[in-house]
Design a protein around this ligand. Sequence first.
Ligand code: PMP
Length: 377
Amino acid sequence: QHKLCMIPGPVEFHEDVLEAMSTPATSHVDPNFIPVFGEVIEMTRKVVLSQAAQPIILSGSGTLGWDQMCNVIEEGDEVIVTNTGYFGDRFGECLETYGAHVTAIRVPVGHRVTVEKVKEAFESIKKPVKMITMTHVDTSTGVLGDVKGIAAYVRQHSPETLIVIDAVCAVASEELRFDEWDIDVVISATQKALGAPPGLSVVVASQRAIKVYENRKTPVRNYYSNWGKWLPIMAAYEARKPAYFATPAVQLIYAFHVSLSQILAYGIENRFAAHREASVQFRMALAHLGLKPVAVDETCAANGMTAVWYPEGVDAKLVAQMAGQGVQIAGGLLQPHAPNYFRIGHMGLSVCDPNRKHIKKVIDVLTASLSQLGYKA
Ligand code: PMP
């Protein structure tokens, strides 16, 4: 039996998205499929609010977006990783695989990285910094990064540094303006606020990032992720022409086409507003129950998910208790704190449904389960 999936991704998707997955076997160069992929590329660009950036949509998960940074990183490059949890650690580890020299900016759990800390990091590195990464929402802590503020600082003080955003848990739920904020790479995946099943890596790269790839001195040490293979394929689909490097996930592209169409029909600004509103509603319900988010204040609380400390006397049994009542939430992820908190997703369909019945249900089942476990609000 299906449990309402309220983890911070994969999240519930629309039945039309599910139906689009059941397309019969279709050639990846079928004249009916080519324009669908072409439109997926165009709609992805619109969702991140860009005019000219290059979407690269590959079979794979969000992690493949990190790996694609092998296209711009060369041995010994300096990289600053702003780290607000588990996914910052992992992103840094991935970049080191490709020879980057990583300086991590760490902050206490639940806090965001400030512009001041970024300034200090730039000052401590005596060489040019090739890239700075930010996790827009670290899904392990529910901390929302200051992408706008940090990007503005970096662009002014180190104009050549590539600004790379891990927005796996943020695209289509958190305010993100690719062109206006002058971002270089956005990394995402389909299974969160983008509203489709897992299985597609969604990267959007600026023309500046592509230039850095084109001017690199050493070969890319990765085969599948190599932009040299994929850029002509993306261009071909967008020009409604057949092309092949590796088989796209045809049915997922159909599904993603439906979810992107829904997102744009709803309106991207309306999405930002709806997620803000729903997250306030959700945190008010938590406060009412006497529960505390991991994110230390409203300015750094994600709008698409919340990590919450277990109250006195409650532990990970809460996850099973809620699952028994048809709602799947997630446990903690960031060690050594993982046993002390849980995580709930409130994004995409669950937020854009005018009745917000998923949100109401998760709050009701949370309230009942806490009480069943002996907790008194
Ligand atoms: N970054 C963030 C912020 C994430 O939330 C996730 C997935 N939870 C990833 C990267 C990795 O994505 P995937 O699991 O799809 O490989």
